[in-house]
Every structure is written in C-alpha cells, then in structure tokens.
Design a protein around this ligand. Structure first.
Ligand code: DAT
Ligand code: MG
Length: 139
C-alpha cells in the first residue's frame, strides 16, 4: 500500500544542522521525496496543523517553538510510509526513544524544551491527507 506522509524537520533540526542526516535516513529507508522545502511557518498554518492539540498545556509553547526559525516541510512516498516514518522517528520523548531512531539517536532530553524532538510525521491516512493539504495545497 503506497502512502504519502507529511514530515516536518522542526526548527531544532535546522538549527542543529541535522537536516542532511535526517534526510539521509529517510532516503536510506527507501522513501521517495515528493516535495521538500525550507519554509517558515505562520501562526495560521500551525493553528491548522496542530488543531488536535489546541487547549492542551503544551500547545502555545509548541506553536512558539515551531515559529522560532525555518523548518523543512517534506512529503514522502513509499510502502506504508506513514507507519514507517513514525517508526524511523521514534517515540515523542527523545529520552525514551529507542537507539537507532531519529529522536533516540539525535534528540536531546526534553528538559525545559519539551517540544524539541526534531521531527513531525503524520499519524494516519486522514492526518496525512489533511496535513499535506495544509503545507502543500498544490500537490
Ligand atoms: P508526535 O509528534 O510524536 O506525533 P503528538 O502529536 O502527541 O506527538 O504531539 C505533538 C508535539 O507536541 C510533539 O512532537 C511534542 C509536543 N508534545 C506532545 N506531548 C507533549 C507533552 N506532554 N509536553 C510537551 N510537549 C508535548
Ligand atoms: Mg502527532
């Protein structure tokens, strides 16, 4: 089942010069890059993107972090790429993320910077379609 998924390399990934390393892992896994762009998010874009988290205590810090610098927006394509990319990414909290994963190998302890976990990946076919529409309306 070929799927497309929306991946964001968050501002911490760009700031820490981990874009090449993360894209290398995506390509090594065999996923195709359908779109890839250095972008600066806007509050409007993020309100849509993170609509499911609105009202949670970490929502505003998350949005502020996502606005703190450029990020890389990517659409990947590949066999079961939604689950596959999330497996490459590792669990949300980098400290607990398994070694071998992006967050496990490259992520730092959350400490006070709780939302800095390098990457976002869509979590279902519905979210992938919705999020690709938000970031790449022309695809
Ligand atoms: P994921 O990015 O693994 O899909 P999510 O969708 O639950 O995780 O949350 C979106 C982002 O919000 C996540 O990457 C980091 C931040 N976040 C999630 N849970 C958090 C928490 N309990 N405290 C602080 N930030 C959190
Ligand atoms: Mg999520």
């Amino acid at each position: 089942m070929t799927q497309r998924t929306l991946v964001l390399l968050k501002p911490d990934a760009v700031r820490r010069s981990q874009v090449g390393e993360i894209v290398r892992r995506i390509e090594a896994k065999g996923y195709a890059l359908v779109a890839l762009e250095l972008r600066t998010a806007t509050p409007e874009l993020l309100a849509e993107h993170y609509a499911e988290h609105e009202g949670k205590p970490f929502y505003q810090p998350l949005v502020d972090f996502m606005l703190s610098g450029p990020l890389v927006a990517i659409v990947l394509e590949g066999e079961r790429s939604i689950e596959g990319f999330r497996s490459l990414a590792g669990t949300t909290d980098p400290t607990g993320a398994a070694p071998g994963t992006i967050r496990g190998d490259l992520g730092r302890d959350w400490g006070l910077a709780v939302q800095q976990n390098l990457v976002h990946g869509s979590d279902s076919e519905e979210s992938a379609a919705r999020e690709i529409g938000i970031w790449f309306p022309n695809l």
